[in-house]
Design a protein around this ligand. Structure first.
Ligand code: COA
Ligand code: ZN
Length: 326
C-alpha cells in the first residue's frame, strides 16, 4: 500500500454511490409516491452521481416502502455513465431486477451470524449457498454483481467481528467472480484506525476488486472513516442524500454517511467526485416534505463553507466607530 496524504486530494477521483432511495427510504414510515421516487433518482442522475442504488427487489411485506421497485427502475431516465443498481436478496429478486433492466445486482448478506439471521432469516452458510444461485442467474444474464457485506466493522448484537472473518467472506465472493464488494458498517461501529487496517488488507490482497465502503454516521464517525479509507487507497463510497438511512433489522441503526456532507468535505480537500453539490443539496432539501421529518444533513442546513454571509445590520457604523478610536 502506498500511503496517500488525505489532506491533499490533488484532483484524485472518488466515486460516489447514492443509496438514499434504497437504504434511505427503506426505513421510512411514510410511503414516498412512485413519481416522487423517480424524480429524486432523475435529480441525482443529473447531479452526476457515479452510481445510484435505485431500489430493492425484496419482499414487499418485509419492506413495504420499496414495493414499487419495478416501476421506479423502469421509468427513471438513464444518464450515460451512471450505473443503476438495486439490492437483491434472492433469485426471485434477481429475476425481477434483471427484468426491470437493472445494470448491477447488489447482493446482501452479513458477516455476523446473528445479524444475518435477523435480517435475512438464514444462517450465513445458507445465505452464501442461496447467493451462489443469484450470482449464477446474474452471470447468465451478463449483469454485473456487487456483494454488500453487513457488519464488517462490528455487529450490534455480537460485538467485534475479526478482520480474518471479514476477509474470508470477501474471498468466497471473489472466488465466485463478482465485480465488486462493499464493506458495510451497518450500525456505525467503525472507527478510523480499524477502517485503515481493513481497507489496506483488502487493497493488498485484491488490488483489482471494485471495493466500496458503506458507513453509517450513528456515532458521528462516518466522515472520519471515509478519510481513513481514502488514506488506505479506497475510492468508492456509498452515501445517502440528507443522511437518511438505516437497516430495520439492526438495533440502533441510523443514517448513512450524508452525500452532501461528504462531497462538500472532499471538494474542499481537492478530490474530484464529479458531483454537483448544489443539486444534491436541492434533492436533500426536498426530503422533509416527502418523509415528514427533518434530515440529519449538516450542509443542507449550514450551506457550504464558501457561501458567505453579509455582516449584520449596523456593521458600517460599528466599523466607523472602531476606526474612530484609532
Ligand atoms: N421479491 C418479492 N417477494 C419476495 C421476494 C422477492 N425478492 N422474496 C421473497 N418474497 C416473498 C415470498 O413470495 C413470500 O410471500 P408470501 O408471504 O406472500 O407468500 C414472502 O416474501 C416470504 O418469502 P420466503 O421465501 O419465505 O422468505 P422469507 O420470509 O425467509 O424472507 C427475504 C426472506 C430476505 C426475501 C425477506 O425477508 C426480505 O425480502 N427481506 C428484506 C431484507 C432487507 O431488505 N433488509 C434491509 C436491507 S439490508
Ligand atoms: Zn446501510
Amino acid at each position: 500500500m502506498s500511503a496517500v496524504n488525505v489532506w491533499q486530494g490533488a484532483g484524485r477521483r472518488i466515486y460516489m454511490n447514492e443509496v438514499g432511495t434504497r437504504d434511505g427510504l427503506q426505513m421510512e414510515q411514510t410511503f414516498v409516491p412512485t413519481a416522487e421516487k423517480i424524480a429524486l433518482v432523475n435529480a441525482l442522475s443529473a447531479a452526476g452521481l457515479s452510481k445510484i442504488e435505485v431500489t430493492a427487489f425484496v419482499s414487499p411485506t418485509a419492506i413495504p416502502a420499496l414495493r414499487d421497485g419495478e416501476i421506479v427502475m423502469r421509468e427513471i431516465e438513464r444518464r450515460p455513465g451512471t450505473i443503476y443498481t438495486a439490492l437483491v436478496p434472492n433469485v426471485r429478486g434477481a429475476e425481477r431486477a434483471i427484468d426491470a433492466r437493472t445494470d448491477e445486482l447488489n447482493l446482501v448478506m452479513s458477516v455476523s451470524e446473528t445479524h444475518n439471521l435477523c435480517n435475512l432469516r438464514m444462517q450465513r452458510s445458507q445465505s452464501f449457498a442461496a447467493l451462489q444461485q443469484v450470482v449464477a442467474t446474474a452471470q447468465q444474464a451478463a449483469v454485473a454483481v456487487n456483494v454488500s457485506l453487513s457488519c464488517c466493522f462490528g455487529c450490534p448484537m455480537e460485538g467485534g467481528v475479526p478482520q480474518a472473518e471479514v476477509l474470508a467472506w470477501v474471498q468466497r465472493f471473489v472466488d465466485l467472480g463478482v465485480q465488486g464488494v462493499t464493506l458495510c458498517d451497518t450500525t456505525g461501529m467503525a472507527y478510523p484506525s480499524q477502517v485503515l487496517a481493513l481497507v489496506a488488507a483488502c487493497k493488498a490482497r485484491w488490488p483489482q476488486l471494485g471495493l466500496t465502503l458503506h458507513f453509517h454516521n450513528t456515532r458521528g464517525m462516518a466522515l472520519a472513516n471515509v478519510l481513513a479509507a481514502i488514506d488506505a487507497g479506497a475510492d468508492r463510497f456509498d452515501a445517502s442524500m440528507g443522511g437518511l438511512g438505516g437497516c430495520p433489522y439492526a438495533p440502533g441503526a441510523s443514517g448513512n454517511a450524508c452525500t452532501e456532507d461528504i462531497v462538500h468535505a472532499l471538494a474542499l480537500m481537492d478530490y474530484d467526485t464529479g458531483v454537483d453539490l448544489a443539486a444534491v443539496v436541492a434533492a436533500a432539501q426536498s426530503l422533509p416534505a416527502l418523509i415528514g421529518h427533518d434530515i440529519p444533513s449538516q450542509i443542507a442546513k449550514a450551506g457550504p463553507r464558501w457561501a458567505l454571509h453579509l455582516p449584520p445590520a449596523g456593521f458600517q457604523e460599528i466599523r466607523e466607530r472602531a476606526l474612530a478610536k484609532g
